[in-house]
Design a protein around this ligand. Structure first.
Ligand SMILES: Cc1ncc(COP(=O)(O)O)c(C=O)c1O
Length: 373
């Protein structure tokens, strides 16, 4: 069906903030062009300091992507071949891929059915003498049970790397996500709630040893130019990304708040109109969620039909994630080994969500869904 541009509703309008901040963003980018300093310069340093102050951590290290933030943090912890790392199967591939890329083995612990986050009550049973670390993910911007994860880790002498790629500015009991574990990993991929104009990432930590190791690893394992102590990476953050993100960082609280307001509107519309056929995402404390995604469950085998109907009406949605990681061919664990993740994969649907989405657009999304049901 052909819908006019006006009635099309995207999954997210990434250009909205650029339009709003055009003068400041273009000035920041042009200043970098004029400076002639393009990689790991004053803007990267400035972003690292400003992000550390915002998150309430001692140090931040800018890297080339969220995936590299995970890989480099694991290497900085000393995780490598022969080690096991406990994580969730219901996340973007990069979470587990980073474990495999450092030569360790991801061990998947099923999720809670309602929050989509790792079920902390199942973590201890997965710990073996080879376990070195846990990577909990704050999926869709909602904190996992990070307090319980920290307690388990400290009882067993494990490191915790928070995958906060989808949760910049989110918090748990007043503490910013990414500041609670031994390190946090953030992604600045453009669609993230704090996004650059290309790839970028950040490691946050209170541990100088981790930060110092990350600085070396991101630049070919070099402490002194052309002297290489360990095998590292080319994972330098560039100045244009950093300058762009420094304009956006001071706006993140306001934009996360707008997402919360949009989420509350979806919650209301679904409660009023869907009669239990659509399950809204849980939110123990709405002030702490950043709603990187607003992801509902549509049980009873009806998710794909609803999605098709939305698509015909010009409404873009996404399925995060259609195949849980333990079922990807690269891991190929048996069906049924993480049943909650497998059930979620068959029922989840992420609805249009960005800070500027209008009440009318949200009403239309929910109306079309209810019609389809
Ligand atoms: C949960 C999670 N972890 C890690 C990443 C990897 O980040 P990037 O795409 O910047 O490498 C992403 C981004 O898609 C993500 O959603």
């Amino acid at each position: 069906m052909n819908e006019s541009r006006e009635t099309r509703i995207p999954l997210a309008d990434l250009a909205e903030e650029v339009r709003e901040q055009w003068d400041a963003l273009s000035r920041a980018v042009l200043d970098v062009l004029r400076s002639g300093c393009f990689v790991l310069g004053p803007n990267v340093q400035g972003l690292e300091q400003e992000a550390a102050a915002y998150l309430g951590v001692k140090r931040c290290v800018g890297v080339a992507s969220g995936t590299d933030a995970l890989i480099i943090a694991l290497r900085a912890f000393g995780v490598g071949p022969g080690d096991e790392v406990i994580t969730t199967p219901f996340t973007f591939i990069a979470t587990a891929e980073s474990v495999s890329r450092v030569g360790a083995t991801p061990v998947f612990v099923d999720i809670e059915p309602d929050s989509f986050n790792i079920d902390v009550n199942r973590i201890e049973a997965a710990i073996t003498p080879r376990t070195k670390a846990i990577i909990p993910v704050h999926l869709f911007g909602l904190a996992c049970g990070i307090g319980a994860v920290m307690e388990i880790a400290s009882r067993h002498g494990l490191k915790v790397l928070e995958d906060a790629a989808q949760a910049f500015g989110g918090s748990s009991k007043g503490r910013k996500l990414g500041s609670i574990g031994d390190a946090g990993a953030f992604s600045f991929f453009p669609s993230k709630n704090l996004g650059g104009w290309g790839d970028g990432g950040l490691i946050s930590t209170n541990d100088d040893g981790v930060a110092d190791a990350a600085l070396v690893l991101r630049d070919h394992g070099s402490r002194r130019r052309y002297y290489h102590d360990v095998f590292g990476y080319n994972s330098r953050l560039d100045e244009v990304q950093a300058a762009f993100l420094r304009v956006k960082l001071p706006l993140i609280d306001r934009r996360n708040q707008a997402r919360r307001e949009a989420a509350a509107r979806y919650d209301r519309l679904i409660a009023e109109r869907a009669g239990g056929r659509i399950v809204a995402p849980p939110c123990p404390d709405p002030a702490e969620h950043v709603y990187h995604q607003y992801t509902v469950r549509i049980p009873g085998g009806r998710r794909d039909r609803v999605r098709q109907r939305l698509s015909e009406a010009g409404i873009e949605t996404a399925i995060y994630y259609p195949v849980p990681i333990h079922r990807q061919v690269i891991y190929d664990l048996p069906a049924g080994s993480c049943p909650n993740a497998e059930a979620a994969a068959a029922e989840v649907l992420s609805l249009p969500m960005w800070p500027g989405i209008t009440a009318e657009q949200q009403e239309r999304v929910v109306s079309v869904m209810c019609e389809a049901l």
